[in-house]
Design a protein around this ligand. Structure first.
Ligand SMILES: [Cu+2]
Length: 463
């Protein structure tokens, strides 16, 4: 069988290390070293001062320099994917992963991108947001013939811009994107960044209809998704974003899902500095704490890192959750104590839950008490230093530490809070203190009720 590994080996692209030397003549190698220099020149006063992009839970596609052209090779194919331990699926992606690898280049580069189709149906690749000849735009049927199963097409163009971009199929899009075909296309500026960036992260937002107990995402679903992911992973399987105190961090976020996502970062006010329309002029930078990433959009946010563990998440609260039954009755306030045993005779293992809220779900998961349907993640998971974090979708932690070495991307563990700067328990008595509380307004026409509210200074009763 002609595996992907063999294919890449045949192309001389077996690994990132092979990218630099493998398959090149000495002359080509020297030229490659010159042209590939942007990645290496950081900190040595070269023209290019950018750091390579870190794709969360992802990787960057190696390239070869052939006669001054950066050559990349994407392979559209089925991939075995794990959203988080306990949930696997047959997805579609590129070069063995979903999302596909990040393509990274520099403004002015000439790129040639081979696309081999190893799917059972035709495909094409659209380079989202790039200036290019219309015939390279990748819309199957409109700007090119579809790439049939087994065929390889070459796209070639010069990068006339810089910014955060994406690639995805423009053929049977509903299916191919729902199954995970997408990737990032990052173009660094030829000249220096307006503000030197120390860490440059990127990821794509996506949603998946992986129904409980199944192994194939359902492309027909339009709203009721089961999984909400940063770069194909759900919390707690999403990489942390790590930085050293005082470093300038950029996070590039692209959205190829079916919903808009208000992405919220704790701890700082960030600047929105650009998107798939390129880097914005400084006068257009906005200060925000939540930025909506619309469907088909990218946004770049930048901030100076402040020490701590800071949540970065979608603010649509269902999008930070794992799979949930969409047709379940609302249990809030329902006393199920009398019926739990009866239900259990029909549904073994049924646990009455939710009367006082859903938090106990997170505790049960942490205790290993809940085993849902096969291949299905719990609605809430993730354990922090103080207990269950009760998330499960679009959520990760920005971990900023004083003592991190520059360029160290390793997970530093949980933040050690100075004791005087940590919220403390001061009482276990629900009647503690004398908080101001509002009395319920009397229903119109009803006699004024006496409430059990205690007399509050400054509040007059029954007048
Ligand atoms: Cu969202």
């Amino acid at each position: 069988m002609f595996t992907r590994r063999k294919l890449l080996a045949a192309m001389g692209m077996g690994s990132a290390a092979a990218m630099a030397t493998g398959g090149l003549t000495r002359r080509e190698g020297a030229r490659a070293a010159e042209t590939m220099d942007p990645m290496a020149a950081h900190g040595h006063g070269g023209t290019h001062s950018h750091v390579p992009v870190r794709t969360l839970n992802g990787w960057t596609l190696p390239h070869r320099m052939i006669d001054g052209v950066k050559e990349f090779h994407l392979v559209a194919e089925e991939v075995d994917h794990e959203f988080a331990p306990g949930s696997k699926a047959k997805c579609w992606g590129y070069n063995g992963s979903t999302p596909g690898p990040t393509i990274e280049a520099v403004e002015g580069d000439r790129v040639r991108i081979y696309v081999t189709n190893r799917l059972g149906e035709h495909t094409s690749v659209h380079w989202h947001g790039l200036y290019l000849p219309s015939g390279m735009d990748g819309v199957g049927g409109l700007s090119q013939p579809h790439i049939k199963p087994g065929e390889t097409y070459a796209y070639e163009f010069t990068l006339r811009q810089h910014g955060s971009h994406m690639y995805h199929p423009h053929a049977d899009e509903m299916t191919q994107m729902a199954l995970g075909m997408m990737g990032l296309f990052i173009i660094h500026p030829r000249s220096a960044e307006p503000e030197r960036i120390d860490r440059d992260y990127a990821f794509l937002l996506h949603n998946w209809a992986l129904h409980p107990g199944t192994y194939r995402p359902d492309p027909a679903v339009m709203q009721e998704f089961d999984l909400w992911t940063f770069n194909g992973k759900t919390f707690p399987a999403i990489d942390s974003i790590v930085a050293r105190t005082g470093e300038r961090v950029r996070i590039r976020i692209g959205n190829l899902s079916m919903w808009n996502h208000p992405i919220h970062l704790h701890g700082v006010q960030f600047r929105v500095t650009g998107g798939d329309g390129g880097r914005w002029p400084r006068s257009s930078w906005r200060t925000e704490v939540t930025e909506i990433i619309g469907v088909g959009q990218m946004r770049d946010i930048e901030f100076v890192a402040i020490p701590g563990d800071w949540a970065l998440h979608c603010h649509m609260s269902h999008h930070t959750m794992g799979p949930m039954g969409h047709q379940l009755p609302n249990p809030i306030g329902v006393d199920q104590s009398g019926v739990e045993k009866e239900i259990r005779s029909i549904l073994p293992g049924y646990m009455a839950m939710g009367k006082d809220g859903m938090a106990e779900h997170g505790e049960h998961v942490a205790m290993g008490m809940l085993s849902g349907p096969e291949n299905t993640l719990p609605m809430m998971s993730g354990k922090g230093p103080f207990g269950p974090i009760e998330m499960g979708g679009m959520f990760t932690v920005v971990k900023v530490r004083d003592d991190l070495a520059p360029g160290d991307y390793g997970d530093p563990g949980w933040y050690r809070h100075p004791k005087s700067k940590l919220a403390q328990r001061v009482s276990g008595d629900p009647n503690f203190g004398s908080p101001a509380r509002r009395r319920p307004a009397p229903a119109s026409g009803a006699p004024v009720e006496h409430t059990e509210m205690p007399d509050m200074p400054g509040m007059k009763h029954g007048e």
